[in-house]
Design a protein around this ligand. Structure first.
Ligand SMILES: [Zn+2]
Length: 193
């Protein structure tokens, strides 16, 4: 798998393909048409990679940023950007991937546009549904992944332990060690008169 799916639903995992948005240089996971084609398969929307070209990728990235805006607005309780809303609704109207039963199992006929329509419908359902108050951004200050926090007492902090939870825990451990080290150095250091 080249992509990560910590959000719990395509509406959150799709904008998550631009990772670490809080860094000056975020990480682009949809860096080629092929990686977009693989995303639909890895997300479970299709069975095979969806054939994709450069124009498909541009289209997908435009929709992705519109989705990102809507998710952020929903979390902040702000008005939706009208253009972003219109674009997502336009895709939600298009036809979605078509599952077919074959002797070899399930096949899914899909173009990139159909895959994006699937994501857009998920955005409509997610942002109009009961999970909106459970949306949370990852506790790693660099990470911008949003997830649905279904944990008891809403205690989930990280999009995923690897890398975010581990990274923050390791940093906290180092900070504790450093603080202890300073304390020890002060205790054993020369006493000035
Ligand atoms: Zn994270």
């Amino acid at each position: 798998m080249r992509h990560a799916f910590p959000g719990g639903t395509p509406a959150l995992d799709f904008p998550g393909t631009l990772r670490f948005r809080h860094r000056t240089e975020p990480r682009e996971d949809l860096d080629s048409p092929a990686s977009l084609g693989a995303w639909f398969r890895e997300a479970g929307i299709t069975v095979d990679d969806v054939p994709a070209g450069p124009a498909d990728l541009r289209e997908a990235l435009t929709l992705r940023e519109a989705v990102h805006q809507l998710v952020r607005a929903a979390m902040a309780g702000e008005d939706y950007d009208r253009e972003a809303l219109a674009l997502v609704n336009e895709y939600a109207r298009k036809s979605t991937p078509v599952p077919q039963l074959t002797p070899g199992g399930r096949q899914v006929e899909a173009t990139v546009e159909q895959g994006l329509a699937y994501v857009a419908r998920d955005v409509v359902l997610t942002l109009s549904g009961p999970d909106v108050p459970l949306l949370k951004e990852c506790g790693n200050p660099e990470c911008s992944q949003v997830f649905v926090d279904r944990s008891r007492g809403a205690r989930r902090e990280w999009c995923a332990m690897d890398p975010c939870g581990n990274k923050i825990k390791a940093a906290a451990y180092r900070a504790r060690k450093r603080a202890n080290g300073l304390l020890a150095a002060r205790r054993s250091g020369p006493r000035s008169a």
